[in-house]
Each structure stands twice: as C-alpha cells, then as structure tokens.
Ligand binder design. Structure first.
Ligand SMILES: [Cu+2]
Length: 662
C-alpha cells in the first residue's frame, strides 16, 4: 500500500509537470468559427432563422451565392459550438455512495448545464472569454464551488447538497462561454513588401495573415531607417481597410491594405529585414490551460454534458483531454462517438481504429453537420465496455426543421419542400431507405403558435419532420438509462484489474441518478478526492407536465450489462420514434403505438410522448386545446424488473422516477 501510494505520487508529479510544460499546454485549443462557406454571414449564425426552403446552390451557382441568404438561396440553421473535458470524477449513487468515474465534463455552457440544459452554444456566446475583471474567478470545482460560495466551503449535512433557490438563480447568469478561451498574444510578422498606390498601402507578409486579421483591425507598422516614415502613422496603429489583397508576390491571403491619406508617393520597400506588422491580440482559439485544468480536472458529469443541435446546423465540438488524475498510471485517450448518427466521414466518428484519438494534454475539434432529426447519444469509443461502464456516456438530440416553420404555416407543404434538395429529400418511390416519408394524407396541420397573447410566436416543438403535426410536444425531457457495477468502479479506482466478464450492474440510473435522487429537481454535486465539491449529476430526471400538455421523452439506453424496461403507471406512453427514426411506413402511414412499457438494450433509443390530456378539441391535432385534462397527480415511471428497483445493498430505489402532472 505504501509502495503503491509512492508509485502513484511519483507518477502524478511526472504527469502534472508534463502538463504544465508550454508545448503540451498550448496544444489545448478551441474552435468556433463565426462563419463558414455555407453559413457566410456571422450575424445570422447566432440564432435559428425561419425555414424558408431547402439550402441549395442552383446549378449555375457558386459558393458566394450563399451570401444572398434567405432572399436567394436559403441558408438554414446556424453554427453551434461546445467544449467538453475528458477525464475523471465522482458521482453520488442513490444510497449516498461516492463512485469513481471515467467521465466527460462541461467546459462550455456551465450555466446552462447547471440548469439541466444543453451546453451547446451559438458562436456569440461560446466565443466569450471569462471576464477577467470579475471578482469571482473560475476555481477548481466550478461551477459547483462558485455556486456554493466564492470558494470551497465546509458543507453541513450529508454528501448531497441541493442548491438553494438563490444559488440556482446565480447559475442562471453564470458563464456560458468556452472555459479557458483567451486572447492570443499580439503577434508580429515580417513584411516581404510594402508599397503605396494613391494613398492606399498594401502590405504583403511572409506568412498568411487572414487567420488573425479582419477589416477594421488596428495594426502597428514599424521598421528601420529604410522604411519611409509616412507608412508608420507616427507609430500609431493603422486601420485595416481590406484583407485578401491580390499582389504580385504571394497568394492574396498574405496581404492586407490600409490608408495613409493624405501622405502619398511613398517608395516601396522590398525584403527589408526590419519591417514588421504587429496585429492586435485576437480570439483565435488560443486558451489559457490553467483555467481548463482548474475547471476540467475531476469535473466528471453523469450523464456526460447534454448536446442539442438543429437540422442544418454546423456543430464544432472540442474535446479536451485533461487526464485522469486519480489514475496517473493510465495514459488514456478519449474520443467522441456519435452513436447511430449518420456521419459523412469516419474521421469525426470517434472510432479510434478508423480515425484519431485525443491524448492527455490535447484538444481536438469534431465537426458535424446535423442531417436527420432524432434522439441519439454519444460516448467515448476507447475500450468501450470499460469507458461506458465507467460513465463516459451522454445524450444528444437533433431538432427538426419543422420547428422553424413560420407560425400557422402548413406543415405538409414545408415537409414537401425538403424534397427539392437532394441532401434533405426523402421520397419513398425512389429511396427505400427514406427515413421520414411524407404523410399519406395532407391533414392541413399548421405550425402551432400561441393561441393567446402573441400568435406570431411559435410554441412547443416537433420530434420529427412529420408533416402532420403528430409529434407535437410542449416540453422535452432527455432521459438516459444507464447502470453501474460498483465493484468494477472500485477496482478501476484502486489500480486493480477490472473483471469484464463479471460486470454486473447494481445501481440503475436515470440521467445518472437512482431513486430517490431522480426526483431531486436540482443539480447534484459530489465531494471528490480533492476535497472540493464538483458538479456530478446536473440533469434532473423528474418529469413535469402541466395538465393538458404533452411531454416528449427522449429515452436512450447505454447500459452495458442489462436490458432495461421502463413502465408507466397511469399515463399511456405513445412511441413515435425508434433509434432516431420516425415510426412511419414507406406509404406515409404513422405506425405509432401506445403501451405501458418499453424495453431497450444498450445502444438503443426511443421517442415517447406522455400526453396529460384525455380528450382534445381536435383529436387528430395533438396541439389543439385540451378539453379533458388528466387529473393533477404524481405518476410513476419505474422498472418492472424488480431487482432493478434497488440501490446495490438497499432494497429500495433504483430505476424509478416521478411524473408530476399539475
Ligand atoms: Cu474514454
């Protein structure tokens, strides 16, 4: 034991010293462009625009045609970004046991994650450095420790400390940008050639300049005695008037121009050894590794951070591997695998054999297009049975274009428009794999809008591009089924060989919690081996439905060792989708079915509607007014596998939560 701890400390020291060396530290990066070729206008990428028709280029078009936006060739969707850590941490089980995890944690959207929301952010939110002026800096354990007070403080009572209303309200304004994002240092480049035409100066550097420079930036030009003084603006910054300037020397992205009016007639300077252009500090994905390590180490979340994107979005997901500080003998890589997701390329699919894996001390940005609506999930693909069992699983869902149809717009017409573009077309007649056919009949259903105050505001959403409004819901709840084998976790923490064949789950989890923690509406935190409280299980599993309304349960199962059944007492479950596919035949008939229980194996997902309405004004329209609501009461979702209604040694708890209709 003594030997073992010495061994561990020695390795930990080695590991930490490796992490603070500049070269490794600087390999942490984030990436969140404000525009791309298909989303060219930065100002349009911070929200979801109305769906006006498919995105396509006419056959005579060029990429620049995308800039015409919705007036010409519709640009749909936006840009979304998220940063997560790969590492370790602890979670609290239903009987109070603190269990060790290999885990992902949030490194963006901390405030939203704390509220049980996705940590997926638009560029204008993600690309916000943590304000340095704040008297409340990010510290180890954040956001949990900040929420509890300004620094780690003794906490009375048991392991679990629910957040107070005040603390929750503070979370609501908490930081949602990318942890660690910081301005890159001012950088200077040597100038190949500087010349003037009229009063416009063109500067050609020795390296591409377009990454850090944009029109309007301030640049300081300096040089030796061979540089005519008129170029330097008296040592004051000059303002960039154009980038990507054609020049006789290098490609256009090596050059920019500025104006020095009224000075003119300045002689050109070529290959001077002294002329430099110094650019302002910029947000270019550079990060401060200290912040990332402070927040990322031991910040494991169960489930892993929630992600949500909309069809047509481009999603940039940065995985930052902060190492597993409790297991310094392991140099584990991690990846992100979007399970069941139609990725165009294996490169971003996270299967290490077919792509890359992320080393300790490094970041990697995955890129996804969001092609098909549905409920997916994601996990690490390094030694999957081990890293999944140890907690590296999270939820992911894609919202359909139909949510963006203008209020009162016809849903059938909007769905039919998607067939105009090959990338979104789904026509059963010539595509036997069509996942979302047009409905057999045009029911005339329209995009639901608020019936009272503001009819122009869309409310609720749709699970799929159903074209008939049948997947309408008022609120959505991601619900992940998972299980833990405490023995496997214990030997995994204590440097012993894990018994894969003996793996047997004894904690049964919904959103990382066993009953009664499942009905705790607050984020949960756990004291880790560093003595600090960390966010461990921020996502509640309690379902709340106003009487007469509909809830969409996005259920996924990543249990490694068990099949799991979830039964509903008192409220019917209507299954509308399976494995991220609308339940509809190729002739367009809905195959939804109503049941009181669903059963999933690890790696499956289901979309279930719980309708707290017995009779609606228009029975075929689930968004129509409810004339006979379900009685207000507490209903239950629970497993009828009775041995799964337990928390290890406790004959109590397990896979159960409550549905509150009120
Ligand atoms: Cu992993």
């Amino acid at each position: 034991m003594f030997y073992a701890s010495l061994f561990r400390c020695g390795l930990a020291t080695l590991l930490l010293s490796a992490l603070v060396t500049p070269t490794l530290g600087q390999s942490f990066r984030v990436q969140c462009p404000t525009s791309t070729i298909t989303h060219p206008v930065p100002g349009n990428n911070n929200s979801e625009l109305a769906y006006a028709g498919p995105t396509y280029l006419p056959t005579t078009g060029t990429a620049s045609d995308y800039t015409s936006g919705n007036s010409g060739h519709p640009v749909n969707g936006a840009i979304k970004c998220q940063q997560i850590s790969g590492g370790d941490g602890y979670a609290t089980m239903g009987d109070g046991t603190q269990t060790y995890l290999f885990s992902f944690g949030p490194l963006s959207g901390l405030g939203h994650i704390g509220q049980g929301l996705p940590g997926t952010e638009y560029p204008n939110i993600f690309n916000t450095p943590y304000p340095v002026s704040t008297s409340n800096p990010l510290v180890p354990g954040d956001p949990a420790t900040t929420v509890d007070g300004l620094s780690p403080s003794p906490i009375s009572g048991g392991f679990i400390q629910p957040l107070t209303a005040t603390q929750l309200s503070r979370l609501g304004v908490a930081y949602n940008g990318a942890v660690g994002l910081d301005y890159d240092v001012t950088n200077s480049v040597n100038v190949l050639n500087i010349s003037e035409t009229g009063t416009t100066v063109t500067v050609v550097g020795y390296v591409p300049l377009d990454l850090n420079l944009k029109v309007g930036d301030q640049v300081v030009i300096s040089g030796g005695t061979d540089l005519p003084a008129g170029y330097t603006n008296g040592g004051h910054p000059v303002t960039v008037t154009a980038i990507n300037v054609a020049n006789p020397f290098f490609p256009a992205n090596y050059a920019f121009s500025y104006s020095v009016a009224p000075t003119s007639g300045l002689a050109a300077v070529f290959e001077s050894s002294s002329v430099t252009a110094s650019f302002p500090r910029a947000l270019d994905g550079h990060v401060d590794p200290r912040q990332i390590m402070d927040v990322g180490v031991m910040n494991g979340n169960l489930p892993a951070p929630l992600m949500a994107i909309d069809e047509d979005d481009e999603f940039f997901l940065t995985l930052t591997n902060v190492g597993m500080i409790m297991r310094p003998d392991l140099f584990e890589q991690h990846t992100v695998h979007f399970h069941g997701y139609p990725n165009a390329s294996a490169f971003y699919d996270g299967v290490p054999d077919a792509s890359v894996a992320i080393n300790i001390g490094a970041s990697f940005t995955y890129y996804y297009l969001a092609p098909d609506a549905g409920t997916y999930f994601w996990h690490c693909h390094i030694t999957p049975p081990e890293h999944l069992q140890m907690g590296m699983v999270g939820q992911l869902f894609v919202r359909p274009r139909q949510n963006r149809v203008v209020p009162n717009g016809n849903l059938y017409t909007a769905r039919a428009q998607q067939d105009l573009d090959l990338r979104t077309a789904c026509v059963s007649a010539n595509d036997i794999l069509c996942s979302n056919p047009l409905p057999a009949v045009n029911t005339g259903a329209t995009r639901h809008a608020s019936s009272t105050a503001n009819n122009a505001t869309p409310v609720g959403g749709y699970a799929y591009n159903d074209g008939d409004g049948s997947t309408y819901y008022d609120a959505e709840y991601p619900l992940q089924i998972h299980g833990f084998d405490p023995n496997f976790h214990f030997v995994g923490m204590t440097f012993n060989p894990e018994g894969f064949a003996d793996m047997k789950d004894k904690y049964f989890l919904l959103n990382g919690r066993s009953y009664p923690d499942t009905v705790n509406p607050d984020p949960m935190q756990t004291q880790s081996a560093d003595g600090v409280y960390h966010f461990s299980q921020p996502l509640p599993a309690i379902i709340t439905i106003p009487a007469g309304k509909r809830a969409l349960l996005r259920i996924s199962d990543l249990d490694v060792s068990e099949y799991q059944t979830l039964a509903s007492l008192g409220i019917r479950m209507q299954v509308i989708g399976y494995n991220a596919k609308l339940l509809r035949d190729q002739a367009g008939n809905n195959l939804y079915y109503t049941t009181n229980s669903i059963t999933l194996g690890g790696g499956e997902s289901l979309d279930v509607i719980l309708d707290a309405c017995a009779v609606r004004a228009t029975p075929s329209d689930p968004s129509s007014a409810c004339t006979t609501p379900m009685p207000s009461a507490t209903y239950y979702l629970y497993t009828p596998n009775l041995d799964h209604l337990s928390n290890d040694a406790e004959n109590f708890g397990g896979l159960m939560t409550e549905v509150h209709v009120n």
